[in-house]
Design a protein around this ligand. Structure first.
Ligand code: MSP
Length: 487
């Protein structure tokens, strides 16, 4: 039986332009989606991304620009769509939390939650008062312990003191079950450090939390208490199932969420929401917990935290402009292993582009085809047996989220092919032993074919171009794949 894969990214806040951090997660999800489509057929993969558009942070940012929140969200959501188009992202849907369908479904889900009873037989939703310190940047309450000199450690701002009558979710009643599911691996959190971090949070204990706001008007109305809006994180998490038209429809949910391989990508700053709150909500609704949470680190840029005030925010659009879509995908995936905090050295991008792509892969393709044209009028054929073991190894690395390692393996092959040419000295063989030269060229063309196959999920256009070149009868000298860039 074929497996189905439901692959999601976080839905990004529209208060800001898309940057390389958002791009990283989205490209990773795209590589997985393309990989599984190839393995299982296109119909068996659903890749979801989108934008998170409600809440105080967005409302404030819109106000700062003298815009209506919806008008502002429309504009910014469009910017994310545009960037994903530039990066050749192959999502099946781009969800917006301001979509009418999403809003209606969230209200229906809340009604259901209100009917739900916790494992100890109590109501899952209750009215309560909350007093705490709220960080608008994080859109969450911070505990006194989390503060650094009274400021949010991430946003360096002073949180606001809030005291509100809100609706609460009885999280505490679900925590033992969530813990059990993580321990048993029913919720698989990768890498293991993040799993341990989550279990650590559970060991410290968490409180019930408020799922509505009386002071925020930019949000979805709580159906039984329209003076309150749904807390933006609750609204956002449900996107993963409102996309499947739940609760209005059941079938899509069964196929993709309940029975499918669910893979949710994110960075670690939103792990608590995805590994604890989200499964608890799902348990309250009697739905399956997310099967795989794939969590990567936050990265800095040339050693600095990315921030508007430092002016070092890297736009994926600028990268695509300079290097093209495939090269940008390559550059951001090949710098560090998935899962860990790391530094992106944008200053090294051009050098790496020139070395690995222009002088590496691009040059190899032109060199091999040029020889086939020069010595045999382009009539050399490919020996089609593809090295199964190698391609299988690349597939496995992708499945284990070892993207950088998979690319390294492919580039070892590029280097080996270059070495083969240098050692064979084709210009001499052309005179002394043309049959041997033909054999070597056949092997090299097969290598290019293998490399293109391996690169399909990572660099889809490049792979297609190489295959187009190899498909020529006779082969003709191609235009360069990657023009060299001045450093
Ligand atoms: N809207 C919430 C998510 C709701 S999901 C139900 C949110 N949005 S966000 O715009 O802040 O995006 C956060 C995600 O963007 C991170 O989890 C990560 O995937 C990506 N990244 C944003 N900045 C990043 C870095 N500096 N480094 C790595 N990834 C980063 O949180």
């Amino acid at each position: 039986m074929k497996h189905r894969y439901y692959i999601t990214t976080p839905i990004y806040y529209v208060n800001d332009q898309p940057h390389i951090g958002h791009a990283y997660t989205t490209v990773v999800a795209d590589v997985l989606a393309r990989h599984y489509r190839r393995l299982e057929g296109g119909d068996n993969v659903f890749f979801l991304t989108g934008t998170d558009e409600h809440g105080q942070k967005i409302a404030q940012e819109a106000q700062r620009r003298w815009m209506q929140p919806k008008e502002f969200a429309d504009l910014m959501s469009q910017a994310f769509k545009k960037s994903w188009q530039l990066l050749n992202i192959s999502h099946n849907n781009f969800i917006r939390t301001t979509d009418e369908d999403h809003k209606t479904s969230v209200q229906k889900i809340l009604e259901r939650l209100r009917q739900a009873k916790t494992p100890s037989g109590r109501e899952a939703i209750y009215a309560g008062t909350y007093k705490g310190l709220y960080c608008v940047g994080c859109e969450k309450f911070l505990t006194a312990k989390e503060l650094v000199d009274g400021h949010c450690p991430l946003h360096k701002t002073k949180p606001q003191e809030l005291e509100e009558q809100n609706w609460f979710f009885r999280l505490t009643d679900y925590l033992p079950l969530v813990k059990q599911k993580i321990e048993k691996g029913e919720i698989n959190i990768f890498p293991a450090e993040r799993r341990n971090e989550t279990l650590g949070l559970l060991a410290q204990g968490l409180d019930d939390f408020s799922i509505s706001r009386s002071t925020v008007s930019w949000g979805i109305a709580v159906p039984w208490d329209p003076a309150q809006t749904v807390y933006v994180w609750v609204d956002a998490l449900f996107n993963y199932i409102t996309n499947l038209r739940w609760p209005e429809e059941q079938e899509r949910l069964d196929i993709w969420w309940e029975q499918g391989q669910v893979m949710q990508l994110m960075a670690m700053e939103i792990l608590k929401f995805h590994a604890i709150y989200w499964p608890a909500f799902l348990l309250a609704l009697d739905l399956a917990v997310p099967k795989h949470l794939y969590v990567h680190g936050f990265f800095t840029i040339d050693g600095e935290k990315m921030s508007k005030s430092l002016g070092n925010v890297v736009s994926p659009n600028d990268l695509v402009d300079r290097y093209g879509a495939d090269a940008t995908r390559y550059l951001i995936l090949s710098q560090f292993p998935f899962g860990y905090e790391s530094d992106i050295r944008v200053e090294d991008f051009t050098q790496k582009y020139n070395a690995d792509l222009a002088d590496g892969l691009g040059n190899l393709v032109s060199r091999v085809v040029a020889m086939a044209v020069k010595y045999f009028n382009g009539t050399v054929t490919i020996k089609r047996q593809r090295p199964k073991e190698f391609l299988h190894q690349v597939d496995e690395l992708i499945q284990f989220l070892q993207f950088r390692e998979a690319l390294l393996l492919v580039w070892q092959r590029v280097a080996a092919a270059d070495k083969l040419i240098d050692e064979a000295k084709p210009w001499r063989l052309a005179e002394s032993d043309p049959a041997r030269l033909k054999d070597i060229l056949e092997r090299l063309l097969s290598e290019l074919d293998t490399i293109a196959v391996a690169l399909e999920p990572f660099m889809p256009d490049t792979a297609a171009k190489i295959h187009e070149i190899l498909g020529g009868t006779p082969l003709v000298k191609p235009a360069g794949l990657f023009a060299k860039i001045k450093e």
